[in-house]
Design a protein around this ligand. Structure first.
Ligand SMILES: Nc1ncnc2c1ncn2[C@@H]1O[C@H](COP(=O)(O)OP(=O)(O)OP(=O)(O)O)[C@@H](O)[C@H]1O
Ligand SMILES: [Mg+2]
Length: 375
């Protein structure tokens, strides 16, 4: 016996004897066979279970097969459900066309040839099983990439802290030791000079470590929020790149959100700006961020060379980890990311719905802050 996951096959006919004969024919497929004596019963079963194929008689007294197919197709969940019509009378091409227009997928005439019926049902059952497996794999993939992004954010946060608290503190201590050498009275001049040089180099390294640590995860993001973290980040990028970046955040008292959502917005803007400087050749970039009508809406625009159609359509062979990651981050929140030509330049626009629980109210924030200080 096969070990496949069984799918449901719904057989609809007003004559019990016919249902029994279909059952006998289809038994060896080893699927779940469900019987319905009327259109109404068929609808009830369809609404309650996941049906792979509907096998139905064209001529039934209350509701004929075509009428039932019409009703089934009206429901969005069954738009693509496979239907096999069984007809005792010869169907003209016009009849068949009528069926196909309703999205019907196949016909079989009476007398039913058992092998043919089994072959047709088994093809649709297999297709349904593959579709179900694919949906499951897609779901797992989405969960996995969501977890990957969260892990990456946590890892960056941990590295940032370790660089700052471990490496950074040791460097500061080393600098202090080096500086003490020059303070000693019996220190020769050449040694005083060498210690001053070493101190200068160490200061440089301390600043670099600090910058790297902050870029990995801006401490401001946790403490004072998205607005200040973005202003700090964009100021640094503008200085380093020598390009003009304007920022517009509304309202001026921009609300606080959960750390996960604030990180999402920060990372998308960070990735989009990295792309501006790596690919666009722009001299200027604009960043806008607003919260209104239960949505966080933000955009990064540049005045560079513009974007190709293929990247706008997110064609997998044209986009890299950057755009795929930005899109996935937005999707995780039920949001949407679009890339378009801004003529001149490119615009990346993101909308994320603000659902219940993602906003951090001032009182809760004050409570957490107090809790942190108490620890
Ligand atoms: N602002 C922009 N202006 C012009 N082209 C852009 C812009 N942003 C992205 N692109 C194009 O889209 C492509 C895909 O971007 P994406 O960020 O996904 O990958 P990447 O930057 O090439 O590599 P990485 O995976 O390191 O981010 C880029 O290679 C570039 O050709
Ligand atoms: Mg990129």
């Amino acid at each position: 016996m096969s070990t496949h996951d069984k799918v449901n096959i719904l057989m609809v006919d007003d004559q019990p004897a016919k249902l029994l004969s279909y059952e006998a024919i289809l038994d060896e497929l080893d699927e779940n066979l469900i019987r319905a004596n009327s259109g109404r019963e068929a609808m009830e079963i369809l609404l309650k279970s996941d049906v792979a194929v509907v096998l139905m008689d064209v001529s039934m007294p209350e509701l004929d097969g075509f009428e039932l197919a019409d009703i089934i197709r009206q429901h969005p969940r069954f738009e693509k459900t496979a239907i096999i019509f069984i007809s005792a009378v010869h169907l003209t091409d016009i009849d068949r066309l009528k069926g196909y227009q309703r999205g019907a997928v196949d016909y079989i005439s009476v007398p039913v040839v058992p092998e043919l019926l089994r072959a047709k049902v088994s093809v649709f059952a297999e297709l349904h099983r593959k579709k179900r497996d694919l949906e499951m794999l897609n779901f797992e993939l989405r969960c996995l990439s969501g977890r990957l992004i969260t892990t990456q954010d946590e890892e960056r946060r941990r590295l940032s802290r370790e660089m700052h608290d471990g490496f950074g503190q040791d460097l500061i201590a080393t600098k202090m030791v080096v500086e003490r050498i020059s303070l000693s009275n019996d220190c020769p001049e050449w040694s005083r000079q060498a210690s001053a040089d070493a101190s200068g180099v160490l200061e440089n390294v301390i600043q670099q470590v600090r910058n790297m640590s902050h870029l990995l995860h801006p401490p401001m993001l946790d403490e004072v929020g998205l607005k200040s973290a973005l202003e700090w980040y964009l100021d640094g990028v503008a200085k380093r790149s020598g390009r003009e970046i304007s920022i517009d955040i509304k309202p001026s008292n921009f609300p606080r959100f959960t750390p996960k959502l604030e990180t999402t917005v920060f990372r998308i803007i960070q990735e989009a700006l990295t792309n501006v400087f790596r690919h666009s050749g722009a001299s200027k970039a604009w960043v806008t961020l607003a919260e209104a009508q239960c949505q966080v809406v933000f955009a990064v625009r540049d005045n560079g060379k513009g974007i190709s159609e293929k990247v706008m359509e997110f064609q997998p062979d044209r986009i890299g980890v950057g755009i795929a990651g930005m899109k996935q981050r937005a999707k995780e929140w039920g949001g949407n990311l679009e890339i378009a030509n801004a003529n001149p330049g490119t615009i990346v626009q993101v909308t994320i719905p603000v659902t219940v629980g993602v906003r951090r109210e001032a009182t809760t924030m004050a409570f957490h802050q107090a809790e942190k200080i108490a620890k």
